[in-house]
Design a protein around this ligand. Structure first.
Ligand code: ATP
Length: 401
Protein backbone atom coordinates (compact mmCIF):
# COMPACT_ATOMS: atom_id res chain seq x y z
CA UNK A 1 0.00 0.00 0.00
CA UNK A 2 2.93 2.30 0.66
CA UNK A 3 4.11 1.74 -2.89
CA UNK A 4 0.69 2.36 -4.42
CA UNK A 5 0.39 5.69 -2.67
CA UNK A 6 3.91 6.55 -3.81
CA UNK A 7 2.89 5.82 -7.38
CA UNK A 8 -0.17 8.05 -7.08
CA UNK A 9 1.88 10.93 -5.74
CA UNK A 10 4.61 10.40 -8.29
CA UNK A 11 7.19 9.39 -5.69
CA UNK A 12 9.47 6.38 -5.57
CA UNK A 13 9.24 4.58 -2.25
CA UNK A 14 11.74 2.13 -0.80
CA UNK A 15 12.00 0.08 2.38
CA UNK A 16 15.60 0.38 3.51
CA UNK A 17 18.18 -0.37 6.16
CA UNK A 18 17.83 -2.60 9.21
CA UNK A 19 14.46 -3.95 8.14
CA UNK A 20 15.81 -5.38 4.88
CA UNK A 21 18.95 -6.65 6.62
CA UNK A 22 16.80 -8.48 9.15
CA UNK A 23 14.55 -9.80 6.40
CA UNK A 24 17.55 -11.45 4.75
CA UNK A 25 18.76 -12.70 8.12
CA UNK A 26 15.24 -13.92 8.94
CA UNK A 27 15.14 -11.95 12.15
CA UNK A 28 11.97 -10.24 13.33
CA UNK A 29 11.93 -6.44 13.04
CA UNK A 30 8.88 -4.28 13.57
CA UNK A 31 10.64 -1.01 12.74
CA UNK A 32 10.40 -0.29 9.07
CA UNK A 33 12.41 2.53 7.57
CA UNK A 34 11.24 3.87 4.27
CA UNK A 35 12.82 6.43 2.04
CA UNK A 36 10.70 8.51 -0.28
CA UNK A 37 12.16 10.13 -3.32
CA UNK A 38 9.86 13.11 -3.08
CA UNK A 39 8.31 14.78 -0.07
CA UNK A 40 8.28 12.42 2.91
CA UNK A 41 5.91 14.56 4.97
CA UNK A 42 3.25 14.88 2.27
CA UNK A 43 3.55 11.16 1.75
CA UNK A 44 3.23 10.32 5.46
CA UNK A 45 0.25 12.62 5.96
CA UNK A 46 -1.58 11.18 2.95
CA UNK A 47 -0.85 7.64 4.07
CA UNK A 48 -1.98 8.28 7.65
CA UNK A 49 -5.22 9.82 6.50
CA UNK A 50 -5.98 6.94 4.21
CA UNK A 51 -5.13 4.25 6.75
CA UNK A 52 -6.82 6.05 9.65
CA UNK A 53 -3.67 6.14 11.75
CA UNK A 54 -1.47 8.83 13.27
CA UNK A 55 1.60 10.42 11.68
CA UNK A 56 4.15 12.37 13.70
CA UNK A 57 6.00 14.78 11.46
CA UNK A 58 9.35 16.49 11.96
CA UNK A 59 9.35 19.34 9.49
CA UNK A 60 12.93 20.32 10.24
CA UNK A 61 14.31 16.97 9.10
CA UNK A 62 11.63 16.19 6.54
CA UNK A 63 10.86 12.98 8.34
CA UNK A 64 7.76 11.41 9.84
CA UNK A 65 6.73 8.38 11.83
CA UNK A 66 3.62 6.36 11.06
CA UNK A 67 2.27 4.71 14.18
CA UNK A 68 0.22 1.56 13.78
CA UNK A 69 -1.69 -0.10 16.61
CA UNK A 70 0.13 -3.41 16.61
CA UNK A 71 3.59 -2.12 17.62
CA UNK A 72 4.55 -1.65 14.00
CA UNK A 73 6.38 1.61 13.38
CA UNK A 74 7.25 3.06 10.02
CA UNK A 75 9.87 5.80 9.82
CA UNK A 76 9.57 7.88 6.70
CA UNK A 77 12.59 9.81 5.45
CA UNK A 78 12.92 12.09 2.49
CA UNK A 79 15.65 11.53 -0.04
CA UNK A 80 15.91 15.01 -1.36
CA UNK A 81 15.67 15.24 -5.07
CA UNK A 82 18.52 17.25 -6.34
CA UNK A 83 18.00 19.69 -9.13
CA UNK A 84 20.73 20.61 -11.52
CA UNK A 85 20.28 23.69 -13.59
CA UNK A 86 21.28 23.40 -17.21
CA UNK A 87 22.35 26.72 -18.59
CA UNK A 88 19.10 28.46 -19.40
CA UNK A 89 17.12 25.26 -19.22
CA UNK A 90 14.48 23.75 -17.00
CA UNK A 91 15.72 22.15 -13.82
CA UNK A 92 16.36 18.48 -14.25
CA UNK A 93 15.84 15.93 -11.59
CA UNK A 94 19.04 14.18 -10.71
CA UNK A 95 18.31 10.51 -10.32
CA UNK A 96 19.99 8.54 -7.59
CA UNK A 97 18.88 10.42 -4.52
CA UNK A 98 18.21 7.04 -2.92
CA UNK A 99 21.82 6.15 -3.51
CA UNK A 100 22.97 9.36 -1.83
CA UNK A 101 20.72 8.62 1.13
CA UNK A 102 22.10 5.11 1.47
CA UNK A 103 25.68 6.31 1.10
CA UNK A 104 25.31 8.27 4.33
CA UNK A 105 24.58 5.11 6.29
CA UNK A 106 26.89 3.31 8.65
CA UNK A 107 27.59 -0.16 7.26
CA UNK A 108 27.08 -1.94 3.97
CA UNK A 109 24.68 -4.41 5.61
CA UNK A 110 22.39 -1.46 6.34
CA UNK A 111 22.36 -0.10 2.80
CA UNK A 112 19.97 -2.53 1.13
CA UNK A 113 16.71 -1.20 -0.24
CA UNK A 114 13.56 -2.86 -1.51
CA UNK A 115 11.49 -1.07 -4.14
CA UNK A 116 7.82 -0.73 -3.16
CA UNK A 117 6.22 0.97 -6.17
CA UNK A 118 3.95 -1.52 -7.98
CA UNK A 119 5.99 -1.67 -11.22
CA UNK A 120 9.19 -2.69 -9.51
CA UNK A 121 7.81 -4.11 -6.28
CA UNK A 122 10.20 -6.42 -4.51
CA UNK A 123 13.31 -5.46 -6.45
CA UNK A 124 16.34 -5.58 -4.14
CA UNK A 125 18.66 -2.64 -4.62
CA UNK A 126 22.22 -3.16 -3.49
CA UNK A 127 24.60 -0.33 -4.35
CA UNK A 128 27.34 -1.10 -1.87
CA UNK A 129 27.72 -4.85 -1.56
CA UNK A 130 25.32 -5.32 1.35
CA UNK A 131 24.21 -8.79 0.23
CA UNK A 132 27.77 -9.99 -0.13
CA UNK A 133 28.63 -8.74 3.36
CA UNK A 134 25.59 -10.39 4.88
CA UNK A 135 26.69 -13.64 3.23
CA UNK A 136 30.25 -13.15 4.41
CA UNK A 137 29.02 -12.09 7.86
CA UNK A 138 31.11 -8.93 7.68
CA UNK A 139 30.58 -5.47 9.14
CA UNK A 140 32.11 -3.00 6.72
CA UNK A 141 31.92 0.76 6.44
CA UNK A 142 31.24 2.43 3.12
CA UNK A 143 34.28 4.66 3.06
CA UNK A 144 37.46 5.43 5.01
CA UNK A 145 36.16 8.57 6.69
CA UNK A 146 33.09 6.90 8.12
CA UNK A 147 34.29 6.90 11.74
CA UNK A 148 35.58 10.45 11.44
CA UNK A 149 32.15 11.49 10.23
CA UNK A 150 30.48 9.79 13.16
CA UNK A 151 32.47 8.03 15.89
CA UNK A 152 29.33 6.45 17.39
CA UNK A 153 29.62 4.02 14.50
CA UNK A 154 32.55 2.42 16.34
CA UNK A 155 30.15 1.25 19.01
CA UNK A 156 27.45 0.40 16.50
CA UNK A 157 29.92 -1.82 14.62
CA UNK A 158 30.67 -3.74 17.81
CA UNK A 159 26.97 -4.03 18.64
CA UNK A 160 25.96 -5.42 15.25
CA UNK A 161 28.99 -7.71 15.12
CA UNK A 162 28.01 -9.39 18.35
CA UNK A 163 24.28 -9.37 17.74
CA UNK A 164 24.52 -11.19 14.43
CA UNK A 165 27.64 -13.23 15.15
CA UNK A 166 29.40 -11.30 12.35
CA UNK A 167 32.96 -10.02 12.24
CA UNK A 168 34.17 -6.48 11.65
CA UNK A 169 36.05 -6.59 8.32
CA UNK A 170 39.83 -6.24 8.36
CA UNK A 171 39.96 -2.78 6.83
CA UNK A 172 37.07 -1.57 9.00
CA UNK A 173 38.77 -2.97 12.12
CA UNK A 174 41.93 -1.08 11.35
CA UNK A 175 39.91 2.10 10.75
CA UNK A 176 38.36 1.60 14.19
CA UNK A 177 41.76 1.14 15.83
CA UNK A 178 43.05 4.24 14.09
CA UNK A 179 39.95 6.23 15.06
CA UNK A 180 40.36 5.24 18.71
CA UNK A 181 44.08 6.08 18.57
CA UNK A 182 43.57 9.56 17.20
CA UNK A 183 41.03 10.33 19.91
CA UNK A 184 37.73 10.35 18.01
CA UNK A 185 35.88 8.80 20.94
CA UNK A 186 37.00 11.69 23.12
CA UNK A 187 35.27 14.03 20.71
CA UNK A 188 31.91 12.42 21.30
CA UNK A 189 29.48 14.19 23.59
CA UNK A 190 28.71 12.41 26.86
CA UNK A 191 25.05 11.80 26.12
CA UNK A 192 25.68 10.24 22.72
CA UNK A 193 28.40 8.05 24.16
CA UNK A 194 26.15 6.95 27.02
CA UNK A 195 23.30 6.28 24.61
CA UNK A 196 25.49 3.94 22.54
CA UNK A 197 26.83 2.14 25.61
CA UNK A 198 23.27 1.75 26.85
CA UNK A 199 22.29 0.19 23.51
CA UNK A 200 25.14 -2.29 23.76
CA UNK A 201 24.08 -3.23 27.28
CA UNK A 202 20.51 -3.74 26.05
CA UNK A 203 21.58 -6.49 23.66
CA UNK A 204 20.63 -10.07 24.44
CA UNK A 205 24.15 -10.90 25.62
CA UNK A 206 26.29 -7.79 26.01
CA UNK A 207 29.33 -9.51 27.52
CA UNK A 208 31.13 -10.37 24.25
CA UNK A 209 30.49 -6.82 23.00
CA UNK A 210 32.05 -5.39 26.16
CA UNK A 211 35.05 -7.66 25.64
CA UNK A 212 35.29 -6.35 22.09
CA UNK A 213 35.10 -2.75 23.34
CA UNK A 214 38.08 -3.53 25.52
CA UNK A 215 39.95 -5.17 22.62
CA UNK A 216 39.46 -2.11 20.43
CA UNK A 217 40.63 0.12 23.28
CA UNK A 218 37.24 1.82 23.56
CA UNK A 219 36.73 1.06 27.24
CA UNK A 220 40.19 2.36 28.02
CA UNK A 221 39.55 5.77 26.51
CA UNK A 222 36.23 6.14 28.28
CA UNK A 223 37.95 5.52 31.58
CA UNK A 224 41.41 3.98 32.00
CA UNK A 225 40.34 2.12 35.11
CA UNK A 226 37.27 0.49 33.56
CA UNK A 227 39.10 -2.61 32.54
CA UNK A 228 38.02 -5.96 31.30
CA UNK A 229 40.15 -8.35 33.30
CA UNK A 230 39.22 -11.84 34.43
CA UNK A 231 37.50 -10.46 37.53
CA UNK A 232 35.38 -8.00 35.53
CA UNK A 233 34.40 -10.73 33.09
CA UNK A 234 33.40 -12.99 35.95
CA UNK A 235 31.15 -10.29 37.44
CA UNK A 236 29.46 -9.70 34.09
CA UNK A 237 28.94 -13.41 33.54
CA UNK A 238 27.44 -13.72 37.01
CA UNK A 239 25.10 -10.87 36.11
CA UNK A 240 24.07 -12.72 32.99
CA UNK A 241 23.30 -15.83 35.01
CA UNK A 242 21.35 -13.95 37.66
CA UNK A 243 19.34 -12.14 34.98
CA UNK A 244 18.37 -15.36 33.23
CA UNK A 245 17.29 -16.81 36.57
CA UNK A 246 15.14 -13.75 37.27
CA UNK A 247 13.65 -13.54 33.82
CA UNK A 248 12.68 -17.21 33.89
CA UNK A 249 11.20 -16.94 37.37
CA UNK A 250 9.30 -13.72 36.81
CA UNK A 251 8.41 -13.79 33.17
CA UNK A 252 6.12 -10.81 33.10
CA UNK A 253 7.90 -8.43 35.42
CA UNK A 254 9.69 -5.84 33.34
CA UNK A 255 13.35 -5.44 34.11
CA UNK A 256 15.92 -2.98 32.84
CA UNK A 257 18.66 -5.52 32.53
CA UNK A 258 21.08 -3.03 30.95
CA UNK A 259 21.12 -1.22 34.27
CA UNK A 260 22.45 -4.30 36.07
CA UNK A 261 25.30 -4.61 33.55
CA UNK A 262 25.99 -0.90 33.84
CA UNK A 263 26.31 -1.21 37.63
CA UNK A 264 28.56 -4.22 37.06
CA UNK A 265 30.85 -2.24 34.75
CA UNK A 266 31.15 0.65 37.18
CA UNK A 267 31.29 -1.37 40.35
CA UNK A 268 35.01 -1.79 40.69
CA UNK A 269 35.95 1.81 40.09
CA UNK A 270 37.52 3.80 42.89
CA UNK A 271 35.28 6.64 44.03
CA UNK A 272 37.16 9.34 42.11
CA UNK A 273 37.15 7.42 38.83
CA UNK A 274 33.47 6.66 39.22
CA UNK A 275 32.77 10.38 39.49
CA UNK A 276 34.89 11.00 36.39
CA UNK A 277 33.08 8.40 34.28
CA UNK A 278 29.67 9.67 35.33
CA UNK A 279 30.81 13.15 34.42
CA UNK A 280 32.18 11.92 31.08
CA UNK A 281 28.88 10.23 30.22
CA UNK A 282 27.03 13.33 31.31
CA UNK A 283 24.65 11.31 33.46
CA UNK A 284 21.72 13.14 35.00
CA UNK A 285 22.32 14.20 38.59
CA UNK A 286 19.67 11.87 40.02
CA UNK A 287 21.20 8.93 38.19
CA UNK A 288 24.64 9.74 39.60
CA UNK A 289 23.23 9.95 43.08
CA UNK A 290 21.36 6.69 42.69
CA UNK A 291 24.49 4.89 41.48
CA UNK A 292 26.60 6.19 44.37
CA UNK A 293 23.82 5.34 46.82
CA UNK A 294 23.48 1.83 45.37
CA UNK A 295 27.16 0.98 45.74
CA UNK A 296 27.29 2.30 49.25
CA UNK A 297 24.10 0.60 50.43
CA UNK A 298 24.84 -2.69 48.66
CA UNK A 299 28.14 -2.88 50.56
CA UNK A 300 26.39 -2.17 53.82
CA UNK A 301 23.71 -4.77 53.25
CA UNK A 302 26.21 -7.41 52.15
CA UNK A 303 28.30 -6.60 55.25
CA UNK A 304 25.25 -7.07 57.47
CA UNK A 305 24.39 -10.36 55.78
CA UNK A 306 27.94 -11.57 56.39
CA UNK A 307 27.80 -10.74 60.06
CA UNK A 308 24.33 -12.23 60.52
CA UNK A 309 23.88 -14.80 57.79
CA UNK A 310 20.59 -16.21 59.03
CA UNK A 311 18.28 -13.27 59.26
CA UNK A 312 14.55 -13.42 59.79
CA UNK A 313 12.33 -12.77 56.78
CA UNK A 314 11.30 -9.36 58.15
CA UNK A 315 14.96 -8.32 58.42
CA UNK A 316 15.66 -9.49 54.86
CA UNK A 317 12.61 -7.61 53.68
CA UNK A 318 13.64 -4.40 55.45
CA UNK A 319 17.17 -4.67 54.06
CA UNK A 320 16.15 -5.22 50.45
CA UNK A 321 12.93 -3.29 50.17
CA UNK A 322 14.58 0.12 49.46
CA UNK A 323 16.27 -1.28 46.33
CA UNK A 324 14.98 -1.66 42.81
CA UNK A 325 15.02 -5.26 41.53
CA UNK A 326 17.94 -4.36 39.20
CA UNK A 327 20.03 -3.25 42.16
CA UNK A 328 19.22 -6.38 44.14
CA UNK A 329 20.21 -8.51 41.16
CA UNK A 330 23.50 -6.65 40.97
CA UNK A 331 23.98 -7.47 44.66
CA UNK A 332 23.13 -11.10 44.02
CA UNK A 333 25.66 -11.28 41.20
CA UNK A 334 28.49 -9.76 43.20
CA UNK A 335 28.18 -11.93 46.28
CA UNK A 336 29.82 -15.34 46.51
CA UNK A 337 27.76 -16.39 49.51
CA UNK A 338 25.12 -18.99 48.91
CA UNK A 339 23.06 -17.95 51.95
CA UNK A 340 22.85 -14.36 50.68
CA UNK A 341 21.66 -15.56 47.30
CA UNK A 342 19.10 -17.75 48.98
CA UNK A 343 17.85 -14.83 51.08
CA UNK A 344 17.51 -12.69 47.94
CA UNK A 345 15.69 -15.47 46.14
CA UNK A 346 13.28 -15.76 49.08
CA UNK A 347 12.76 -12.03 49.00
CA UNK A 348 11.76 -12.10 45.34
CA UNK A 349 9.66 -15.22 45.56
CA UNK A 350 8.01 -14.88 48.94
CA UNK A 351 8.45 -11.60 50.74
CA UNK A 352 8.35 -8.63 48.43
CA UNK A 353 4.62 -8.64 47.72
CA UNK A 354 3.48 -9.49 51.25
CA UNK A 355 1.09 -6.96 52.73
CA UNK A 356 -1.00 -6.86 55.89
CA UNK A 357 -4.68 -7.49 55.26
CA UNK A 358 -5.54 -4.75 57.70
CA UNK A 359 -5.48 -1.16 56.42
CA UNK A 360 -5.51 2.22 58.11
CA UNK A 361 -9.27 2.30 57.67
CA UNK A 362 -9.61 -0.83 59.80
CA UNK A 363 -7.48 0.68 62.56
CA UNK A 364 -9.83 3.65 62.63
CA UNK A 365 -12.83 1.36 62.92
CA UNK A 366 -11.10 -0.33 65.80
CA UNK A 367 -11.13 3.03 67.57
CA UNK A 368 -7.39 3.74 67.33
CA UNK A 369 -6.91 7.51 66.85
CA UNK A 370 -5.16 8.28 63.53
CA UNK A 371 -1.55 9.46 63.63
CA UNK A 372 2.02 8.31 63.07
CA UNK A 373 1.23 5.34 65.26
CA UNK A 374 -0.63 3.79 62.28
CA UNK A 375 2.58 3.33 60.31
CA UNK A 376 4.20 1.73 63.34
CA UNK A 377 1.32 -0.69 63.84
CA UNK A 378 1.10 -1.62 60.16
CA UNK A 379 4.86 -2.19 60.03
CA UNK A 380 4.70 -4.40 63.08
CA UNK A 381 1.90 -6.40 61.44
CA UNK A 382 3.85 -6.67 58.21
CA UNK A 383 6.89 -7.98 60.07
CA UNK A 384 4.75 -10.51 61.90
CA UNK A 385 3.17 -11.60 58.61
CA UNK A 386 6.57 -12.02 56.99
CA UNK A 387 7.84 -14.06 59.94
CA UNK A 388 4.76 -16.24 59.94
CA UNK A 389 3.71 -15.07 63.39
CA UNK A 390 0.26 -13.99 62.20
CA UNK A 391 -1.64 -15.71 59.45
CA UNK A 392 -5.10 -14.20 59.38
CA UNK A 393 -6.91 -10.93 59.58
CA UNK A 394 -8.10 -11.75 63.08
CA UNK A 395 -4.56 -12.40 64.27
CA UNK A 396 -3.48 -9.12 62.67
CA UNK A 397 -6.28 -7.29 64.49
CA UNK A 398 -5.28 -8.87 67.79
CA UNK A 399 -1.73 -7.64 67.24
CA UNK A 400 -2.94 -4.14 66.42
CA UNK A 401 -4.80 -3.73 69.71
P1 ATP B 1 18.30 -1.76 15.62
O1 ATP B 1 17.74 -3.12 15.44
O2 ATP B 1 19.36 -1.67 16.66
O3 ATP B 1 17.26 -0.69 15.73
P2 ATP B 1 18.79 -0.63 13.05
O4 ATP B 1 19.76 -0.99 11.97
O5 ATP B 1 17.36 -0.64 12.69
O6 ATP B 1 19.10 -1.57 14.27
P3 ATP B 1 18.71 2.12 13.94
O7 ATP B 1 19.63 2.65 14.98
O8 ATP B 1 17.26 2.05 14.20
O9 ATP B 1 19.34 0.71 13.59
O10 ATP B 1 18.97 2.92 12.62
C1 ATP B 1 18.19 2.80 11.45
C2 ATP B 1 19.06 2.93 10.21
O11 ATP B 1 19.67 4.24 10.21
C3 ATP B 1 20.22 1.93 10.21
O12 ATP B 1 19.88 0.77 9.48
C4 ATP B 1 21.34 2.69 9.59
O13 ATP B 1 21.34 2.50 8.21
C5 ATP B 1 21.02 4.15 9.86
N1 ATP B 1 21.87 4.71 10.92
C6 ATP B 1 21.60 4.74 12.25
N2 ATP B 1 22.59 5.32 12.93
C7 ATP B 1 23.51 5.68 12.03
C8 ATP B 1 24.78 6.33 12.12
N3 ATP B 1 25.30 6.70 13.29
N4 ATP B 1 25.43 6.56 10.97
C9 ATP B 1 24.90 6.19 9.81
N5 ATP B 1 23.75 5.56 9.65
C10 ATP B 1 23.05 5.30 10.75
Amino acid sequence: RLGELGEELGYKVYAVGGFIRDLLLRRPNLDIDIVVEGDGITFAKAFAERAGIRARCHKKFNTAVLIFDDNLKVDVATARLEYYQYPAALPVVQFGSLKMDLYRRDFTINTLALALNPDEFGQLIDFFGGQRDIKEKAIRVLHNLSFVEDPTRILRAIRFEQRFGFRVGKQTASLIRHAVKIGLIERLGGQRLFHEIQHILMEEDPVPAIRRMAEFGVLGVICPSVCFDAKAEETLLQIKEVLSWYELSFLDEPLESWWVYFLGLLSRLPHKDLQKVMERLDLAQNMRERIAWTFQRVNQVLGDFLRLPHQRPSAIYRALQPFRPEEILFMMATTQREEVRRAISHYFHRYRHVQPEIRGRDLKEMGIPPGPVYAKILNRILDARLNGEVRSREEEAALAR
